[in-house]
Design a protein around this ligand. Structure first.
Ligand SMILES: C[S@@+](CC[C@H](N)C(=O)[O-])C[C@H]1O[C@@H](n2cnc3c(N)ncnc32)[C@H](O)[C@@H]1O
Length: 276
């Protein structure tokens, strides 16, 4: 587990990066929309239709929060990034008055125990290194007889990019994602009943530059650090890459993975249906 100062520095960087990406997010985040809509479809109608108090963790630009709000009485849409919340508030349609936009952290939910009937989260929780803390917070705020649907990017994601970088150097260029089993175990150990599904999504890109910019325009280009500040700066200086390195990465990625002149990028997602 990370020490608290590294974890809080990571969170500041995540919040800054997603805030910066708020204006470009919706037009670039097609796969994230597919995943969130699949997640919504996993929410059984009988418990999403009439919830009293819902929570969307890592709501981003709020496009799914608006759909969730239409299914219940009150929704708290929460995100770490102020920029995302600002965008979401302005973008909210008439009828979204039942949404309360809140800045907060999945690892420390600003809610009282047993207060939420329906928890939803799509493509946000993988940004936390502390899966157990996240699941204990979700279990804590869930009311008895309530449900949660969590779609989380997990191990196996960005595998082609990771593998291509490994051919070039031994630096870490892609975040480590916890396994689906780790998330499942964390939820189970909080006493929740859990059913898990996994699904792979693939996006296609004409070159590495466009592939990396697809990650950047949704704000997901923060390389989380696991080291103290001195080690991190040494690592960052090695990690900067020039045009030559990018060309090498292009050649390797093309050689190993191109199909019909397109480069694939995998998103491995687990869907956890939890009940308390
Ligand atoms: C890829 S976006 C997903 C947004 C939205 N759920 C969707 O499906 O379009 C991830 C969001 O999670 C937020 N996030 C990351 N870490 C978080 C944390 N610890 N607590 C709350 N939100 C977090 C980011 O700020 C970002 O807005």
């Amino acid at each position: 587990m990370l020490n608290t100062s590294i974890a809080s520095r990571n969170k500041t960087r995540i919040a800054q990066q997603f805030s910066r990406a708020a204006n470009t997010y919706n037009s670039a985040a097609d796969v994230q929309l597919d995943i969130a809509l699949d997640a919504l479809a996993f929410v059984p109608a009988h418990y999403s239709a009439h919830y009293k108090s819902g929570l969307d963790i890592g709501c981003g630009t709020g496009r799914i929060s608006q759909q969730l709000a239409a299914r219940g009485e009150n929704l708290i849409a929460m995100d770490l990034a102020f920029g995302m919340l600002d965008y979401a508030k302005q973008d909210a349609l008439v009828g979204a008055e039942s949404i309360c936009w809140v800045q907060g952290d999945a690892e420390c939910l600003p809610l009282v125990d047993n207060s939420v009937d329906m928890v939803f989260s799509s493509m946000a929780l993988q940004w936390s290194h502390n899966q157990q803390k996240v699941m204990s917070e979700i279990a804590r705020v869930m009311a008895f007889d309530s449900n949660a649907l969590l779609a989380i990017m997990c191990e196996g994601s960005f595998s082609q990019l990771n593998d291509s970088w490994h051919t070039i150097d031994s630096q870490r260029h892609v975040n480590n994602f916890a396994s689906a089993q780790t998330w499942y175990n964390a939820a189970k150990s909080e006493g929740l009943q859990v059913t898990m599904h996994e699904k792979q999504y693939v996006t296609w890109h004409k070159n590495v530059r466009q592939l990396m910019s697809s990650i950047k325009s949704i704000g997901a280009n923060v390389l989380l650090t696991t080291q103290d500040i001195t080690e991190q700066s040494k690592c960052q200086s090695k990690n900067t890459f020039n045009r030559h390195t990018l060309q090498l990465l292009e050649t390797i990625y093309q050689h190993k993975y191109a199909e019909n002149l397109q480069l694939p990028l995998t998103y491995q997602v687990c869907f956890l249906q939890c009940s308390k």
